[in-house]
Design a binder for this molecule. Structure first.
Ligand code: PLP
Length: 419
């Protein structure tokens, strides 16, 4: 169960919550909330105003920005701008580049991106841009050869996610950015780091990440509130403004600064940077591995999607033959478990996950997939409870499945034909 100290009023909303969906969103860390509160109450001035009350707040915003600049290994304050979400940052990076270089008509991305990238690219495709959607293999990995051959002199921007929200698979974005620039030095490289930020130590000054021009991230995946993100834009990488308006954010994004969320985000960075250096991710990896090891022993015909690839330590994506994902989630929900059957933004549609389908996961298994994502407040007890409950649920649902051979405990002929 979520730690009562950390859940504020959550207990009044639900009697019991076992939250295993940290890739969908995270609760606000109480330490983050504490630094935000003065700015929601007394320090309300608009930081653009020209009196002392406001200018003091502007100084605090710039202090928060400078810390974030340092935390991600940027070199200049104006390389970090605050946005309303990762979706906004992504739109800004992709559309802003396209507008800055209208003669470059080609975009490269992957088939497994979050809709924030996919739908933006598809929209530009409708406007006449040519988009290459790179495929992945059954392990969820990209082909470097295909990547290299997709790049041309016409390519304006490449947008490749750092870690996948559904499977946790990590792409070697730093290496890909370097390769891209060897082929076409003018190409700009954006990465959607919404899922990796806070889970992988990212130093944009390190050789590994130096070729990345733009990076997007979101506050609500790192224990800060929903409604804040950042866009990193490397000095010299040209970008047109996306949200036009006032001259805020070095004239790169219009709109009054969201001071409480900005100071909260800075605190969230401080906390996760500290956790990354103290090896807390290792604890999550042990719990994630325990889930996989125990479930695979207890549940026949279960598959771990993307297991052979490099993955985030907090994420597992599993599927089961002959059961409906929605039915599993319904049963789990009744017991208080919060788990996704895909990305939170895409669930709600009955289509199987585009990520799993592109990894050639059979349609029946893709329909039964669960994404379990652990986080700061996940306890061993919660994980053990999940491991105890899930096999019972799967076995009960298989009992009533027309595709399950109850006598021999395996999929029947119909399942194989449908398959
Ligand atoms: N990119 C990835 C990989 C995500 O997982 C998400 C959210 O789930 C987003 C982008 C969108 O983030 P936001 O909710 O801040 O717009």
């Amino acid at each position: 169960m979520l730690d009562k100290k950390n859940t504020h009023e959550q207990d009044t909303v639900m009697s019991k919550v076992i939250y295993l969906d940290y890739n969908a969103t995270t609760p606000i860390d109480p330490r983050v909330l504490d630094v935000m509160l003065p700015y929601l109450k007394d320090k309300y001035a608009n930081p653009s105003s020209k009196y002392r009350f406001a200018m003091d707040i502007a100084i605090e915003v710039e202090k928060a920005r400078s810390s974030i600049v340092k935390y991600i290994g940027a070199n200049h304050s104006d390389e970090v701008i605050f946005t309303g979400s990762a979706t906004e940052s992504i739109n800004h990076a992709i559309r802003g580049t396209i507008k800055a270089f209208p003669e470059r008509r080609h975009i490269i991305t992957t088939v497994v991106e979050h809709p924030a990238v996919l739908e933006t690219c598809k929209d530009l495709e409708r406007d006449g841009y040519q988009v290459t959607f790179l495929k992945v293999n059954e392990n969820g990995e990209l082909s470097v050869d295909e990547f290299k051959s997709a790049i041309s002199k016409d390519t304006g921007i490449i947008s490749i996610m750092h870690a996948n929200n559904e499977t946790g698979i990590v792409f070697p974005v730093g290496e890909l950015a370097k390769l891209a620039k060897k082929i076409n030095p003018d190409v700009l490289f954006h990465t959607d780091a919404t899922q990796s930020m806070g889970k992988i130590d990212i130093d944009l000054n390190a050789d590994e990440y130096k070729a990345i021009d733009f990076l997007s991230m979101s506050g609500h995946k790192v224990y800060a509130p929903k409604g804040i993100g950042i866009l990193f834009t490397r000095k010299g990488a040209r970008l047109r403004k996306f949200i036009t308006g006032g001259h805020h954010e070095f004239n790169k994004r219009g709109g009054t600064l969201n001071v409480p969320f900005i100071v909260g985000l800075e605190k969230a960075f401080e906390i996760f940077k500290d956790e990354l250096s103290s090896g807390k991710q290792k604890k999550l990896e042990e719990l994630r591995d325990l889930i996989e090891k125990e479930l695979i022993k207890k549940i026949p015909y279960m598959n771990i999607n993307g297991k052979k690839a490099e993955r985030l330590s907090n994420t597992t994506n599993i599927s089961f033959d002959c059961v409906e994902g929605e039915s599993i989630l319904f049963q789990l929900d009744k017991m208080g478990f919060c788990i996704s059957s895909g990305s939170a933004c895409t669930s709600g549609s009955l289509e199987p996950s585009h990520v799993l389908r592109s990894m050639h996961v059979p349609i029946t298994s893709a329909h039964s997939s669960l994404r379990i994502s652990l986080g700061r407040y996940t306890t061993r007890e919660e994980v053990l409870e999940f491991i105890a409950k899930l096999p019972e649920i799967i076995s009960r649902l298989r009992e009533i499945s027309p595709f399950w051979d109850r006598n021999n405990n395996k999929p029947n002929e119909k399942a194989i034909q449908y398959g």
